[in-house]
Ligand binder design. Sequence first.
Ligand code: SF4
Length: 462
Amino acid sequence: MCGVFGIHAPGRDVARLAYFALYALQHRGQESAGIAVTDGSRITAVRDLGLVSQVFDESTLETLRGDMAIGHARYSTTGSSQWQNAQPVVRHREGRTLALGHNGNLTNTTELREQLEAKGIRFESTSDTEVIAALICEHPGTLVEGVQEAISRISGAFAAVVMDEERLIGFRDPDGIRPLVLGDLDGHPVLASESCALDLVGARVVRDVEPGEIVVLHPDGVESIRPADPHHPALCVFEFIYFARPDSRIDGQHLHGVRERMGERLAEEAPAEADIVIPVPDSGAPAAQGFARRSGIPYVDGLIKNRYVGRTFIQPEQAMRESGIRLKFNPMPDVLAGRRVVVVDDSIVRGTTTRKIVEMLRGAGATEVHLRISSPPIISPCFYGIDMATKNEMIAAAKSLEEIRVELDADSLAYLSLEGLEASTGHGDDRFCRACLTGRYPTPVPVAADKDRFEATQLPVA
Ligand code: SF4
């Protein structure tokens, strides 16, 4: 899960617009941020580890002048948290330069990288993004032809923006696993991972980029190249459950409303005898509101979140997750003491965070803790850009509902059903990737692979 942005707008401060767009997309990745611009003759890029606000300041933005810009906020799946893996990736070949930012995860990185290395092509990073950039850069034709060639060879999930000195292009994988939305800023085309970034820069949403579509951004519009053989769409259903911001719209659906419907449905499927409904903030809030409305149990805030600590789920190391939870939430005894509490969260992966939350609620005086989860159990790994860990680490992969309840020390536990999830999204089930919930993947994935297989063990020595 990363955030990408692209804009072609002569006369506008495109780097500053990219900066603000990345602010809106910060929730999609907090490990590194970068912006590349071109003035038509050369590409200038700034990228570094850290939040958007840490990487850029006024003087950095002043150095980024041009008509076109792409931006990227990174969260690592393939490729570790090193500076070399920050994006946009910049590659040079025979007087040509390109910059590329990618959201997603390839499932054939290792083969492609070996093929390219056998031809003498060198890599500076361990990320799959550099493989896509190399495929495009090595193509002797135009940027569009290079992108078409790359799409024909890469597998997995990718929503990307790429530019050379003349063109800016966005493209989305044939299954449409990761989102990409097209906007319009005073007649200039804009691309972003989510509509909330368009809102922030003052652009209006035009439409989602279609699965497999290539869009070429011109100063005053876009040219669309659609695939001859469109695949069945398989948008990541977790964009609806958790990843995307609740104020974003994907596939015509406002995500806050979708998540409220998930909570309402959960209250119908798994009612609880309780005094209050509380969310795990912030991501559990819309579903908790829906649960409270449908059940008639009052909604209150029982956990206060320190908003300056990153989302525990998307930090890559287990040790960081363990310490992150203690920094992140503080329970309110005045609200919780002597109460039977329904606590609503959007998902459980390892159970580490949930177990600590139950412990905190009991410690604050809750007499009963009823866990309600607004997604079905996660039982299979994600190969498409979400660091969901290995199957062995997933609490629901091999345990029964009762075993999970006992392990989490909850008085009751219920998940939203798959049918309830589908009904809440407003779309049929066949529009989504739900592989982590069902074990059925929309594309071929390497058997017994996990994310470490995609990583080179060592960076090449310069
Ligand atoms: S496996 Fe799960 S998290 Fe990964 S893309 Fe599919 S639905 Fe999304």
